[in-house]
Structures are given as structure tokens and as C-alpha cells.
Design a protein around this ligand. Structure first.
Ligand code: CP
Length: 301
């Protein structure tokens, strides 16, 4: 296994499946996360240069459950505000004995950092709109919890795909499996990267895209990543691309609905979020066990 988790492509199919299976060991028979004092001598730094609730908190909980010390690094009150670069900042953490850095950053710098500090382990917790490998692992685990296997499934991804690091890592992860079909749907100006894809088909009509779907990944509009806001009429957008109970009727009856969060209720209705098909809250919970597995593997290697 690679010494850092920078991309889902760093993992073989076997490593992906082993991590997902390993994650189950950290959940007890009552569904609670186990607390194991496996790494009491390890220090983890959570360095988030973009906002996060799920990823940041689940890494902190996962590290604490494994007995690690956790530094919840506060970028906004750090010497970054006095002109220190992120390289100098993480080098300082390294010199102070941090073993593993969980990094979320708007730019693609994690590989350079990993080369710069080879004795530190890096785990990518979100790289601009480029990648989010630990989210892809928990998404694949959530699918497998419900569908046993990813092979043969018809998967739809709908929403603002262009700005979605969740989509890019999820799609990279799916290339390890023999899926039935992969359909990209959403507003054409939010799906420009996916209209001529070799591994999936773009279908702008969501009703058609959902036909026979087993898995529906929904995504919010990431306004914070637009250079210039699109001139959207929200009611028109919702009528075309919001996943409603009515639109869901096009999919298989046991289709699962996913969303990485946070949910804005423009991309899905509250009724869909609350429906029996929704596994969105399970995705959040799976974040802890999957990240316990990731930390264990990368701290132990
Ligand atoms: N899914 C995800 O990355 O959520 P957060 O931004 O809350 O971490």
C-alpha cells in the first residue's frame, strides 16, 4: 500500500475492498464505534483550509477512538494569517512530532507536500474540486452495505458535477468495478466535464437518466466554486434536476439515494431525504468507521 492516501487511484481494488471490510471491525454488535487504544503514541493534525463538518469531525472522532492525540489545527488563528505558507505550517507541525496530517485545501498541493515531508503521512480530506478519496471509500462502503456488490449496478450522478470532488473520486473508484451503467445528469453548464466521458453517459433529462437506477448520487450546487454565478431560475432548475418523490418513481423501487452533504434541498426534496430509500445519514455515520480503517492502515504501514 502507498504510504499516503492522496487519491483513490493510489489504492488497488483489493485495497479498497480490504479497507471497507476492515471498517466493519470498528462497529460493535450494537452499531456503536469501538474505542481501541491502538495508537496512543501517534499524533494526528486535522488541517482544514476549507470549511467542513463531516470530514473534519469524523477524522477527529476516528483518531480519538483509536487512542491517537488529535490537533484540531485552527488555520484562521494560526501564523498562516501572519504570512506563513502552508508548507512552512505543516513543516512546523512535522518538527513538533505530528505523525499524520489530514489535509483539506482548495489547491492541488498535497502531492508536493508529501514529497517535501516524506516522514509524515498525508491523507487527502478534499483537494479543491479535484478529489476527495476518503468520501469515495465511504460512498462505496455505503453502496455495499445495501447492495452487497457494486458490480452490475446502474448508477446515476446528478447535480453540479463540474465542481464536485466527490464525483471525480467516486467515478475513479467505480472504475475498479464492473458496474451496469453510469449516467451523469444535471444542468449542461454544470456537467461540461462529463458530456463526453468514456466511462459514463450524459443524459440531461433526469426522468430518463433515472430509469432502472439502483444508486442515485445527488449533489448540491457549489456556489462557492463558481467564478461567475450562472443566471439560474431556481424554480426551473428544481423542476428539471431536483430529485423529488415523483422523479424517483423512474428508478428501481429499492434504489438508494446518496448525497455527500451538506444538503441544500434544492437538489433533493425533504421528502426524498426522509424517504426509506435515502442512505444519506448512513453515509455520514460510515465516515467514522471508514476513517478509523484508513488511519489504522496508514499509521500502521
Ligand atoms: N462530504 C463532505 O466532505 O462534507 P463536509 O464538507 O461537511 O466535510
Amino acid at each position: 500500500m502507498a504510504s499516503n492516501l492522496l487519491s483513490i487511484n493510489d489504492l488497488s481494488k483489493k485495497e479498497i475492498l480490504d479497507l471497507i471490510k476492515f471498517a466493519d471491525n470498528f462497529i460493535d454488535e450494537d452499531g456503536n464505534f469501538r474505542k481501541e487504544n491502538l495508537f496512543p503514541d501517534k499524533i494526528i493534525a486535522n488541517v482544514f483550509c476549507e470549511p467542513s463538518t463531516r470530514t473534519k469531525s469524523s477524522f477527529a472522532i476516528a483518531a480519538s477512538n483509536l487512542g491517537c492525540s488529535v490537533i484540531d489545527f485552527d488555520v484562521d488563528n494560526s501564523s498562516v494569517q501572519k504570512g506563513e505558507t502552508i508548507f512552512e505550517t505543516i513543516d512546523a507541525l512535522n518538527l513538533m512530532g505530528v505523525d499524520l496530517c489530514v489535509l483539506r485545501h482548495p489547491e492541488s498541493i498535497i502531492r508536493e507536500l508529501a514529497d517535501f515531508l516524506p516522514r509524515m503521512v498525508f491523507v487527502n480530506a478534499g483537494e479543491g474540486s479535484i478529489s476527495h478519496p476518503t468520501q469515495a471509500l465511504l460512498d462505496i462502503k455505503t453502496i455495499m452495505d445495501h447492495k452487497k456488490s457494486v458490480d452490475g449496478l446502474n448508477i446515476v450522478i446528478v447535480g453540479d458535477l463540474d465542481h464536485s470532488r466527490v464525483t471525480s473520486s467516486f467515478v475513479e473508484g467505480l472504475t475498479n468495478f464492473d458496474i451496469g451503467s453510469l449516467i451523469f445528469s444535471g444542468h449542461p453548464e454544470m456537467c461540461t466535464k462529463y458530456q463526453n466521458s468514456e466511462i459514463g453517459r450524459y443524459e440531461p433529462n433526469l426522468d430518463k437518466a433515472l430509469e432502472n437506477a439502483d444508486v442515485i448520487m445527488t449533489l448540491r450546487i457549489q456556489h462557492e466554486r463558481f467564478d461567475k454565478e450562472l443566471n439560474l431560475d431556481l424554480d426551473t432548475y428544481k423542476s428539471q434536476y431536483q430529485l423529488s418523490l415523483e422523479k424517483l418513481e423512474n428508478a428501481k423501487g429499492d434504489a438508494i439515494i446518496m448525497h455527500p452533504g451538506p444538503v441544500n434541498y434544492i437538489e433533493i426534496t425533504e421528502a426524498v431525504y426522509d424517504s426509506d430509500n435515502s442512505v444519506i445519514r448512513q453515509q455520514v455515520a460510515n465516515g467514522v468507521s471508514v476513517r478509523m480503517a484508513i488511519l489504522s492502515r496508514f499509521l500502521g504501514s
